[in-house]
Ligand binder design. Sequence first.
Ligand SMILES: Nc1nc2c(c(=O)[nH]1)N[C@H]1C(S)=C(S)[C@@H](COP(=O)(O)O)O[C@H]1N2
Ligand SMILES: [Mo]
Length: 317
Amino acid sequence: MFKSRSQPIQSSEITDESVWRARRRLFLQAPGALALAAGLPGLAQAVPVGQALSFNPSQRWKLDETPTSEADVTTYNNFYEFGTGKEDPSRQSGQFKTEPWTVQVDGLVHKPLTLDMDQILKLAPLEERIYRLRCVEAWSMVVPWVGYSLSALLKQASPMGSARFVRFETAAEPETMPGLRSRILDWPYVEALRLDEAMHPLTLLATGLYGKSLPVQNGAPVRLIVPWKYGFKSAKSLVRITLTDTMPESSWMKVAPHEYGFYANVNPDVPHPRWSQATERVIGSGFFATKKATLPFNGYAEDVASLYANMDLRRYY
Ligand SMILES: Nc1nc2c(c(=O)[nH]1)N[C@H]1C(S)=C(S)[C@@H](COP(=O)(O)O)O[C@H]1N2
Ligand SMILES: [Mo]
């Protein structure tokens, strides 16, 4: 397992991760140079998949765990609009168009917005945040996302005092999303948060991973990441964000209300009706890897447990 440092590194050993780490050092050393490159005419407008993004490392969320390889993060996906198999999203998303793209922010806001990707990328400084992602199917990954707190965008729209929930609607393009032919979910895919959850600084509006704009299979061009909740809350390819005063019904609540609740906070003590949530399989750790114990709120209890003080988390699963 351990290689002597005096041995030259074989090119076959240079993983996606080592390339990312090298590039990351470059970003951190020369943010000015990158900002300049991003400002060149013709480069700033379009944000094709896989384009280098300029960002700063998060001061607060820099998880000290080895990230899952870029290859695993981008080929082991859940994105039912492209099929239910883990490799369907990476294989069957080639026709999906992410340009032009707009996100509408409406409902109980003083300033409804329609933002294009250029505006979204410039709304707040991009940060790299390394978060755990825990799927309800009891597997997990560690992903270096790029984005900023969703609160930055919500504040721009100036939520009304009566707003209590935020509904997230995602793209549904039958021509380019073959999974829409299946009736497994009621399309478009909808998720929702309580307003205080949506405003929490940990809640990320992600535009990239591994230093580049998002691949389609991971939710291009912009998605939600709520790391203390099961992965299904982290809606991909957002098109509309609506503030409401009543609890929206999510796609998963609609299809199986006893299995998927509104809150969906990661909780090792509350099993899914068909399987335990006490442990998780770490993607990329090998077939014989021992399972890891799942942590309450996916390890983010210190940040978010206070949001649920006095709530029965068995009842509100
Ligand atoms: N629009 C949409 N968003 C989605 C899904 C989906 O099927 N459609 N799947 C969810 C689930 S179940 C998980 S675990 C995560 C997976 O994100 P990843 O593929 O980037 O790891 O995306 C979530 N967001
Ligand atoms: Mo999931």
